[in-house]
Design a binder for this molecule. Structure first.
Ligand code: PHE
Length: 331
């Protein structure tokens, strides 16, 4: 019996299996247990001898089983530790760090520049009614800017804002001058090519107080251009037209000097257009209940994608929305 038990125990390689073998010999119906029960049938002289022998057998098998149990436990522990083992000499797995989108970075930079000059950042809704987006901005029904071909209408008088200028209206309706705000956000137009996206980003600016002149506008925009593109930059105001400003300007920034890394994107004239601006039209003041005799102001609006393209010397505005990691990794 001991030899057979030894073989059985030898073969065991799992703790659960060991319990099964233990039951086979020592359990309630186990081989040894059954033998013990038979003692009653033996002669009185034989009983103590056989009893002793069986007890010894039982102790022996029990000892073998416990010895095996110990071995199996050790083995299990060794395997668990092996799983935890780390080869500290392996080269580390390189994790790529994500980073901000170039438009977010540019926008943040623009905001910082104006905030440092005392402008407050406000936001407005992307879904606008035509009154805020057009009428209040002195852009009447017949104006070509209202053409359905250029704007995304959601209903007859609801439009995805075509510019951030309606935030001028919302700001002036909500409070009295003095006002110095910028308003960043998404705007929508039906346009798509290398220099136009149907959804793009603008930053509006509005400054209203007594005795505001074009000189103030020029100073603020020159400061902006120099902070954004370099201290050596100049700005140029060219006459233009917007329904909500008079006079109106297109504002250019001078090209940067070429350095070892190449030349910054530069127009044929040495000037690059960066934004539209002007003095707030008296009709706009009237539309928000301001007295145009008392208040004066300037406004401007710039395309963030365009600023980013100039700053980083990029050629195709569509790169900003392709989510090509090879492009994005450059910023
Ligand atoms: N809203 C104009 C545009 O989108 C830009 C602008 C803003 C011009 C404020 C003048 C004053 O083209």
């Amino acid at each position: 019996i001991v030899e057979k038990a030894m073989k059985d125990i030898e073969k065991v390689d799992k703790l659960s299996e060991l319990d099964r073998v233990k039951a086979l010999y020592l359990g309630k119906k186990g081989i040894i247990t059954e033998q013990m029960k038979n003692i009653a049938n033996l002669s009185p002289e034989e009983r103590p001898k056989v009893g002793k022998l069986l007890n010894e057998l039982k102790d022996k098998i029990e000892a073998m089983i416990e010895e095996k149990r110990y071995q199996l436990k050790q083995e299990e522990e060794r395997k668990a530790i092996e799983k935890l083992w780390v080869d500290v000499t392996l080269p580390g797995a390189k994790r790529k760090v994500g980073h901000r989108h170039p438009i977010s970075k540019t926008l943040e930079e623009i905001e910082m520049i104006f905030v440092s000059m005392g402008f407050e950042v406000v936001e407005g809704p992307e879904i606008e009614d035509v009154w805020h987006n057009f009428d209040a901005l002195n852009t009447p029904e017949w104006h070509p800017a209202r053409d359905e071909h250029d704007s995304f209408y959601l209903a007859s008088n609801i439009v995805l804002r075509t510019h951030t200028s309606p935030v001028q209206i919302r700001t002036m309706l909500a409070k009295q001058p003095p006002i110095a705000i910028i308003s960043p956000g998404k705007v929508y137009r039906r346009d798509y090519d290398a220099t136009h996206l149907p959804m793009f980003t603008q930053v509006e600016g509005l400054y209203v107080d007594k005795n505001v002149s074009v000189a103030h506008l020029k100073y603020v925009l020159e400061r902006f251009a120099q902070e954004m593109f370099g201290k050596d930059r100049k700005i140029l105001l060219r006459p233009s037209f917007f329904p909500f400003t008079e006079p109106s300007f297109e504002v250019d920034v001078s090209c940067g000097v070429c350095n070892g890394k190449g030349c910054q994107a530069c127009g044929y004239t040495g000037w690059l257009e960066i934004l539209g601006a002007g003095m707030v039209h008296p009709n706009v003041f009237k539309n928000v209940g301001y007295d145009p005799e008392k208040w004066t102001g300037f406004a401007f609006g710039m395309g963030v994608e365009r600023i980013a393209m100039l700053k980083y010397n990029l050629k195709d505005i569509r790169d900003f929305i392709q989510n090509d990691k090879r492009f994005l990794a450059n910023f």
